[in-house]
Design a protein around this ligand. Structure first.
Ligand code: KG4
Ligand code: ZN
Length: 343
């Protein structure tokens, strides 16, 4: 059994490497954020991201190995995110991981970035009981997933347009709050009134049965973003903190309402949160309330485990390797790779 795994993550704007044992013990986790390089442009610039990964990956991997007190001889496998993400960025991590696996003569494991986010929870809470509902909310994805068993997922629903993090980033940009927008809105919303403005909650109704099957667990945030922009255009004096708090409340309402319905419909034993938006303080608060009401176990990863890191890649890699064996070395980067689902 391969136990010590080097994980590499370069799917977007974090260059990360980690050494993890048996998907449980994080021996090191190094994340080099490029946020300073992208901030002047108000979003991630793919060309800049690719170049930064080239510069930073070798020192980041070296630091992860040194902090873990490990070298090539101690490693049993190398796992890297192969998708979804930015093509140029993914290629850098995937090529490095394959080269290291050849040099060290250990298996290479291809990891799906979304599956890695799911495994972030297990790293901090290895005895989480399955089945679980996972609400995965990041800059690129918003999905409700039923995790039946390890590496066995069913997609209950996802966003029809913008991801929740994307909506936070776009609204923050419009309000002049900078990039990344999620943390800026979260911070400002503390001073605002979440009931100041009644922004729309798309695809949310009193009774879930009144929604068509394919919309019941789906999300939509582009109408909300447009509603905020047209409101602020028409009412430029509206206090920005109230706008931020009311917008955040509308996003969180939709997320927790559907997560509640998903637990009720599946009989899951717990509810897990994952992805960058899982760092949102209001979402965390409301999420705990819902789990308390439903009497199911709540799991909220730490802030470091919500955002992109390589420890979660190594953890998902360990499960993939244990259950399905190594990935072929001709596995490429796939920018649109979907979560591996069961029928
Ligand atoms: O998972 P992640 O690090 O990268 C992707 O895989 O997308 O998520 C980044 C997203 C960004 O949209 C960022 O604005 C959002 O997570 N985010 C937050 C918070 N912290 C990060 N959104 C709301 N509240 C936060 N505190
Ligand atoms: Zn992510």
């Amino acid at each position: 059994m391969s136990d010590v795994i080097l994980g590499i993550e370069t799917s977007c704007d974090e260059t990360a490497a980690a050494v993890v044992e048996r998907a449980q013990v994080v021996r090191s986790s190094v994340v080099s954020s490029q946020v300073d390089r992208h901030a002047p442009f108000g979003g991630v610039v793919p060309e800049i991201a690719g170049r930064a990964h080239v510069e930073r990956l070798v020192p980041v991997v070296a630091e992860a190995l040194v902090s873990a007190g490990a070298d090539g001889d101690d490693l049993d496998a190398v796992a890297a995110t192969t998708g979804p993400g930015l093509a140029g960025s993914l290629l850098i991590g995937v090529s490095a991981a394959k080269a290291l696996s050849l040099v060290w003569d250990v298996p290479f494991v291809s990891v799906n970035h979304l599956e890695a986010h799911l495994y972030a929870s297990f790293l901090e809470e290895p005895d989480l009981e399955l089945p679980l509902v996972v609400l995965l909310v990041s800059g690129g994805h918003t999905m409700l997933i039923f995790m039946e068993d390890h590496c066995r997922y069913r997609l209950l629903g996802s966003t029809l347009d913008d991801a929740a993090g994307e909506a936070f980033d776009k609204v923050a940009r419009y309000l002049g709050l900078g990039y990344p927008g999620g943390p800026a809105i979260d911070e400002l919303a503390v001073e605002g009134d979440p009931a100041a403005f009644a922004y729309p909650r798309s695809l949310v109704q009193e009774n879930p049965a009144t929604l068509p099957d394919d919309r019941r667990f789906a999300f939509s945030f582009s109408g909300l973003k447009t509603a905020v922009v047209s409101h602020v255009r028409g009412d430029p004096e509206a206090p920005t903190a109230d706008v931020a708090a009311s917008f955040q409340e509308a996003v969180v309402d939709a997320l927790v309402t559907k997560a509640r319905w998903a637990v009720e419909a599946t009989g899951a034993k717990g509810l897990c949160l994952g992805g960058g938006v899982a760092a949102n303080s209001r979402l965390r608060e409301r999420f705990l309330d819902v789990c308390g009401d439903l009497g199911v176990r709540a799991f909220l990863p730490s802030h470091a485990m919500c955002t992109d890191n390589a420890a979660m890649v190594a953890a998902a890699g360990w499960w993939r390797l244990s259950m399905f064996g190594p990935s072929p070395l001709d596995t490429g980067a796939d920018p649109n790779q979907g979560l591996p689902l069961i029928d």
